[in-house]
Design a binder for this molecule. Sequence first.
Ligand code: HEC
Ligand code: HEC
Length: 231
Amino acid sequence: MVGAMKTGQTVLTIALCLAPAAHAAGGAAGSAQADAIAKAKYRWEQSPHGALLERILPPAVEPGDLPEPRSAGARLATTYCVQCHYLPNPAMHNAAKWQPVVERMVWRMEGRGNLGELMQDMMADVKAPSAHERATLVRYLQKHAQKEIDPGKYPDFRSPAGQIFAIACSQCHVPPDPKRHTAREWPRVVERMQRNMAWANRVTGDPLLRTSPALDTAEIIRFLQRNSRTH
Ligand code: HEC
Ligand code: HEC
């Protein structure tokens, strides 16, 4: 176990060294960042706490899939936010939520929280963003954030289908605005969310932890499609 922890720390150092190089290298930034993420994944595999870290966020976006991938905000997210888990998607949370999430994450990067002693060794080399970088990051995440559904605009929000949607789709973020996607796009998004749920073990896990009412994706998809963007 001690051996595995050592390997993890070595790789963590390499991952962190690559990230600033990515800034300087310009064109090579993409591959250096991809490298840093590959190293972070390797670190989880080596660490006794890897399984726990790996399950915090699902593997949803690669650095190249981020909105405005070459912007300062995207680069900062790739530098700081993959030190402990998969890269977060800015579209996961609404603008209001990102500020407190980033604050909590910076607090963790400063070595607090992190399940107390449990992660101490692994977190020893984690870097935290400066105040300026923090502001850039929050602005970036807010610019590309999710929009919450305005229940007043959707009469069927109060219907059983709307309530199934509201319960199932507010477990990890605000329930999204149905206008975010077209009727064609929604089934694939909901399918991905089902995988996200399985990943976080919220709905498909232990029967005792399962959401009630049970997740009826067909009903949710119909609700979203009825209210979706038309173009
Ligand atoms: C020092 C390790 C560490 C770093 C670095 C880190 N996180 Fe986290 N993150 C965690 C832990 C631990 C959790 C689970 C506990 C929690 O939510 O506080 C988490 C959970 C999350 C979640 C899911 C929970 C929620 O509230 O939605 C999001 C989103 C997130 N982090 C975003 C970020 C962003 C954005 C960054 C970069 C600014 C970042 N993280 C950097 C440790 C970290
Ligand atoms: C287990 C937690 C979880 C639940 C429950 C969940 N989501 Fe998500 N959602 C995420 C995560 C993580 C992301 C960011 C990663 C991604 O896009 O897959 C996200 C992102 C999104 C986005 C923004 C990205 C995009 O493609 O537009 C939408 C919209 C969304 N979810 C809709 C839904 C809907 C609809 C439901 C209910 C069926 C739902 N979510 C339930 C975790 C969850």
